[in-house]
Design a protein around this ligand. Structure first.
Ligand code: SF4
Ligand code: SF4
Length: 243
C-alpha cells in the first residue's frame, strides 16, 4: 500500500513536471467520487469508471484579451478566434501526452478534448472541464459560469484527462467574487441572471446560453465573420494586470 502511494506520488510529480515544461500554467487533480451523479447525467454511464480527473490550463494571451471591448472589429475578433484555436490544440496535445504516460504505467484514461460540444442545444461537452478544475481547487465559478482562477481570473482555457489512477486530489476553494457583478453587467445580450453559482442548480438558472449564441451569430454575420465576444472574460477584475 505504502509502495503504491509512493508510486502514485511519483507519477503525479512526473505528470505535473511534463505539463509545466510544455507551457501549462495550471495543473490539478480532482476527486470525482462525490460528483458521479452530475457527471453521468451530463455525459454517459461509462464516465463513472473514472474516480479522478486531471485539469490542465493554459493562459490566454493578455494582449488580445485586453482588446476584447473592441470585439466587433475584424482584426481583434479574428486574432482572438485564432488564439482560442491554437490554445485548444496545444491543450489537446499535452493531454494526449500525459494520458500516454498514465497508460504506460498501467492506468486507464479518457481524454476530453479542449473544445468538445456533444449537445449542440445545451452547448456542453461529454464532461465539464470547469467541474474538474473547480473540484481540483484551481478556481471558483463566477456568475458568468466561467472558472475564475485567483491568479489569472477567467483568462485560461482548460482540458481534462479522466483516469483511474488514484492520484492525490486538491480541494475546492471558496468563491471570491464578493460584491462584483461586472461580468453580468457587461454581457451585451444580458445572458446572465446574476445568481451566484450553486452546484445544486442547473446552469440554466444562471446562464441563458441561447442569448450568448444568438449574439455571437449576429456578430459573425454583421461584423467579423467569427462568433467571438469574450466580454465576460475581458471585464473580470480578477487576474487583470494593472496597466
Ligand atoms: S461571450 Fe459575450 S455574449 Fe456570451 S456570455 Fe460572455 S459576454 Fe455574454
Ligand atoms: S467579473 Fe466579478 S462577478 Fe464576474 S466572475 Fe469576475 S469577479 Fe466574479
Amino acid at each position: 500500500m505504502g509502495m503504491e502511494r509512493e508510486q502514485l506520488r511519483a507519477i503525479r510529480g512526473q505528470l505535473e513536471n511534463r505539463a509545466m515544461d510544455t507551457g501549462v500554467r495550471f495543473f490539478g487533480v480532482a476527486d470525482l467520487t462525490g460528483a458521479q451523479e452530475t457527471i453521468v447525467e451530463q455525459g454517459d454511464d461509462f464516465l463513472a469508471a473514472f474516480p479522478r480527473s486531471i485539469s490542465l490550463g493554459i493562459a490566454l494571451n493578455d494582449g488580445i484579451v485586453e482588446q476584447l471591448s473592441r470585439h466587433k472589429e475584424v482584426g481583434v475578433a479574428r486574432t482572438y478566434d485564432y488564439l482560442y484555436y491554437t490554445v485548444n490544440q496545444s491543450l489537446d496535445r499535452i493531454a494526449l501526452h500525459l494520458s500516454s504516460i498514465l497508460s504506460a504505467n498501467g492506468f486507464q484514461t479518457l481524454l476530453i478534448p479542449a473544445s468538445d460540444t456533444i449537445d449542440s442545444k445545451k452547448v456542453h461537452g461529454l464532461f465539464s472541464h470547469k467541474l474538474s478544475a473547480r473540484l481540483a481547487g484551481l478556481g471558483w465559478i463566477g456568475p458568468s459560469c466561467l472558472l475564475i482562477t485567483p491568479e489569472l481570473g477567467p483568462r485560461v482555457r482548460w482540458v481534462t484527462v479522466l483516469t483511474d489512477a488514484l492520484l492525490e486530489p486538491g480541494s475546492p476553494i471558496s468563491n471570491r467574487c464578493g460584491e462584483c457583478r461586472k461580468c453580468v453587467e457587461a454581457c451585451p445580450p444580458k445572458a446572465f441572471s446574476g445568481r451566484p453559482f450553486d452546484p445544486s442548480e442547473s446552469r440554466d438558472a444562471r446562464f441563458n446560453v441561447q442569448r450568448c449564441i444568438d449574439y455571437r451569430i449576429h456578430l459573425k454575420n454583421k461584423f467579423t465573420g467569427v462568433r467571438v465576444c469574450g466580454m465576460c472574460i475581458h471585464v473580470c477584475p480578477v487576474g487583470r494586470r494593472e496597466v
